[in-house]
Design a protein around this ligand. Structure first.
Ligand SMILES: Nc1ncnc2c1ncn2[C@@H]1O[C@H](COP(=O)(O)OP(=O)(O)O)[C@@H](O)[C@H]1O
Ligand SMILES: O=P(O)(O)OC[C@H]1O[C@](O)(COP(=O)(O)O)[C@@H](O)[C@@H]1O
Ligand SMILES: [Mg+2]
Length: 522
């Protein structure tokens, strides 16, 4: 196969922005730090946890937050025509390849005079690739907690590489990051992975901790791996960035692609994480069970605990979907138990009105309260994540104690903890389709020579996002947004904002709202 002459690549339309091609592979927006087109201006972002990537701005406040490319540190990398142009499946597509000028806007609600704001490269197949299919040796690893759909992503990376690009050499790294240096690999073929999307969990197994950048990159180098697909949450993506940096330092022709995974939906920038839809659907079964139980007894109190370490998305969406929930408690919205406007008062009132109450609780809610009664607040898991105290058991006990002490009414309390059941199931149809798109986007990106990137939908369009952007903060429910207001309107629960006992909330913004609420109530 012949290499493409870079001069044959299309010119940048000046209408879009004034950034010119400055690299040998001619990607039109690609900037070089410190030199290049005088119209190029670099914007330094506020403190990243990890090194900031290329950011370039153009006309009308246009900002491109670009992802690294192999040619950034290997400028003479050979380039080849994309084999997809001969693919039967893609033959019918009007525009098989994504143009290097295609970008995805982060902000889509705009006003007439709005600045254009931040954009990311649109994901998808490129006209040129930086790997010959026969030369590709890919590997896949899964890290962190489980989530419905991991197996679908694994399957679709393998099938995408094989069917679309003719790649045959794909390895599965077993047991998370530590598997790079402590376990044997397993060869992955379309046949091996054919049925795995029907199973929950991860076919490759997973782990927390064990990220040793040097050992991992040594293993990548020793095995001649040149494409690394890393499926995992925020911790995993930080690890992926460290691997990319070490690879760049050693100047290895290796592309690193991150596929964001978390059941908590706490990954920033992307619309939602895969498996979340499935989790919300499965949570309905637990909520239904709680509702059936409490409806069938006198003064029934149902408490359902759902996952959500720092963000209450599963609890919020499961509550909104169900309509059987009377109260939803999440880490982002502080609550209190005793006194006027407190949870106990609300429980009593709902039981009097309806004969029962169902409370949905995210595992990270009210941790400060639980900590007052328990001593192991500072324990961490192998990845350094704080181990949570069981707020479900704590709340159940508190509610029981309150009603037995006050002797106002006898209650029948049922506590349901379906947390692991919800994340251990296979993904539903919509998540399966989503996982397929993520996997294919990752494959196209790596084949096109992009590296150190995460894939994901931004306003419905899949994009290549700098890893730093998805790890700089966690996505949390904004109690100042309309979605939380919709939930409050649906459950008619107290907002718990006007009380001196509310403990320090996680978010500064929420603190402000509470302070304002107190001032206006005085
Ligand atoms: N800051 C970090 N730098 C490098 N690796 C990390 C970092 N944080 C977590 N990891 C690694 O990423 C993997 C998964 O992290 P974890 O927090 O358990 O799950 P998740 O990726 O789902 O958030 C673990 O192997 C952990 O060692
Ligand atoms: O018991 P484990 O496997 O450590 O997982 C518990 C945690 O994993 C999660 O499901 C999500 O974790 P990650 O996204 O970090 O993988 C949390 O909701 C939960 O607190
Ligand atoms: Mg995490």
């Amino acid at each position: 196969m012949e290499t493409l002459a870079t001069s044959s690549l299309p010119a940048l339309p000046s209408s879009l922005c004034k950034l010119n091609a400055v690299k040998s592979h001619s990607l039109s927006f690609r900037p070089t730090f410190g030199h290049g087109d005088p119209n190029l201006r670099f914007v330094s972002r506020r403190a990243y946890v990890i090194r900031p990537k290329a950011i370039a701005s153009g006309e009308g406040g246009f900002v491109l937050e670009d992802v690294p490319h192999l040619t950034d540190f290997l400028p003479d990398s050979p380039v080849y025509p994309n084999p997809l142009q001969n693919s039967q499946a893609y033959a019918i597509v009007k525009q098989t390849f994504v143009s290097s000028e295609d970008v995805v806007a982060q902000k889509i609600v705009v006003q007439k005079n709005s600045q254009r704001g931040v954009h990311f490269r649109r994901a998808g197949p490129r006209e040129e690739v930086y790997f010959m299919p026969d030369d590709v040796k890919a590997c896949i690893v899964t890290c962190g907690g489980l989530c419905p759909g991991i197996n679908t992503v694994i399957r679709e990376i393998v099938c995408g590489l094989n069917v679309m690009y003719g790649v045959n050499d794909i390895l599965g790294i077993q047991g998370g990051y530590r598997g790079f240096y402590s376990k044997n690999t397993i060869p992955l073929t379309p046949k091996v992975v054919n049925d795995i999307h029907k199973r929950g969990g991860t076919f490759l197994c997973t782990s927390r901790g064990g990220h040793d950048t040097v050992k991992i990159v040594d293993s990548i180098q020793d095995r001649d791996i040149n494409q690394v697909y890393i499926i995992g949450g925020d911790g995993t993506q930080k690890g992926a960035y460290a691997i990319y940096e070490e690879i760049e330092r050693r100047k290895l022709p290796v592309a690193v692609a991150g596929i964001p995974k978390t059941i908590d939906n706490d990954i920033a920038v992307i619309d939602r994480s895969f498996g979340f839809d499935t989790a919300v659907e499965e949570a309905q079964r637990a909520i239904n069970a709680a509702h059936v139980e409490v409806e069938s007894v006198e003064n029934g109190v149902g408490i359902v605990k759902l996952m959500g370490r720092y963000s209450g998305f599963i609890a919020m969406y499961a509550t909104l979907a169900s309509r059987d929930v009377d109260c939803c408690l999440i880490p982002e919205s502080p609550f209190y138990l005793e006194g006027e406007g407190g949870l106990f008062e609300f429980v009593e009132q709902r039981i009097k009105e309806n004969g029962h109450i169902v409370i949905v609780l995210a595992e990270g809610a009210g941790q400060e309260y639980v900590a007052q009664n328990m001593s192991n607040m500072d324990q961490k898991d192998a990845s350094g994540n704080r181990l949570l105290l069981d707020v479900g058991l704590w709340l159940s006990q508190k509610v029981k104690d309150h009603f037995s002490k006050s002797q106002k009414m006898g209650i029948n309390l049922k506590y349901i903890d379906p947390t692991y059941m919800i994340r251990a199931i296979p993904s539903n149809a919509s998540d399966n389709v989503y996982c397929t798109l993520l996997a294919h986007s990752a494959v196209h990106g790596a084949m096109a020579g992009y590296t150190g990137f995460t894939v994901g939908p931004v306003n419905g369009k899949h994009a290549y996002i700098p890893i730093a952007r998805v790890t700089e903060r966690q996505n949390t429910v904004r109690v100042t947004d309309r979605m939380w207001a919709r939930l409050l309107a649906s459950t008619n629960q107290p907002s718990f904002l006007r009380h001196k006992e509310v403990m320090q909330p996680v978010d500064e913004e929420i603190r402000e709202v509470i302070d304002n609420a107190r001032i206006t109530s005085i």
